[in-house]
Ligand binder design. Structure first.
Ligand code: ATP
Ligand code: MG
Length: 256
């Protein structure tokens, strides 16, 4: 059984067909890529699968269960976590608070535990603390633990967002242009982080990227989306040499 299966998903915004007959199957532990020019419909696909929008047509199965119609937090609690193209971080909250806050959706000590200091609550709090520190270390932000996130440089904020997405220990992680706005040095570091995190936590990743180099190096399979339709799907080599992909990217600056 695939971890995620999307069948014949189509979405209209009014008269605009943003996604047309999209199909996808992601296996456990796989790293999958989605590329395409601006406005192709990539983020819309993430929003449809994560419950932000309900598809006009189509079926989505996560861990074998239909998820169309569920709220984003319900889908997240089933093990699908994401980051956003435009950072969405909380003001006035420190790095470590961000990561621990994300875990509260997962904490199950219940109402009694929330008011009283039960052993189960203490155990879960300790576990959250441990995971937060492990993630900060993994993402190279341990030294920033007590800093207010909105005061940090952009690259560091991206890392915090990723740590937050990982805090719930997802089976599948959606990353929407996680290297956008990064300089070449930060880009190389970030790619190392993806590899490390994937190796250590073993979750599947679905990655939207504008820069072909990033997907080419990281992903086993890639889909190319243009005007809401998949025009090519295959291994990095197949995608790189596909004339339709090359044509779609003509005139784009940061293709590599
Ligand atoms: N909430 C919305 N209402 C109406 N139209 C929308 C909405 N969200 C996206 N669109 C339109 O749907 C199309 C696909 O947008 P989307 O953001 O999914 O593209 P994208 O591939 O993520 O682009 P980018 O690379 O610029 O992030 C665009 O034409 C966009 O204007
Ligand atoms: Mg987008």
């Amino acid at each position: 059984m695939p971890l995620l299966e999307v069948k014949h998903m189509t979405h209209f915004f009014g008269g605009l067909r943003a996604v047309h007959d999209f199909n996808l199957s992601i296996e456990k532990g796989e790293i999958r890529g989605l590329i395409g020019p601006n406005g192709a419909g990539k983020t819309t696909i993430f929003n449809l699968i994560t419950g932000v929008y309900t598809p006009t047509e189509g079926e989505i199965l996560f861990q074998g269960q239909p998820i169309v119609g569920l709220q984003p937090h319900e889908i997240a609690s089933r093990g699908l976590s994401r980051t956003f193209q435009n950072l969405r971080l909380w003001r006035h909250m420190s790095v470590v608070e961000h990561i621990k806050m994300a875990r509260y959706s997962k904490l199950t000590y219940g109402l009694v535990g929330a008011f009283f200091d039960t052993p189960e609550r203490r155990r879960q709090e300790e576990e959250s603390d441990e995971i937060a520190h492990r993630l900060m270390k993994e993402l190279g932000i341990s030294h920033l633990a007590d800093q207010i996130v909105t005061n940090l440089p952009y690259g560091a904020q991206r890392r915090v967002e990723m740590a937050r997405a990982l805090a719930t220990e997802p089976d599948l992680l959606f990353l929407d242009e996680p290297t956008a706005g990064m300089n070449p040095e930060e880009l190389v570091e970030m790619m190392d982080i993806f590899r490390q995190v994937h190796e250590e936590f073993g979750m599947a990743i679905f990655l939207i990227e504008h820069r072909l180099r990033v997907v080419m190096e990281l992903c086993e399979r890639i889909q190319t989306l243009v005007f809401g339709e998949v025009i090519a799907e295959g291994t990095p080599d197949e995608i790189q040499n596909n004339p339709k992909v090359i044509e779609a990217y003509l005139g784009e600056e940061d293709i590599h």
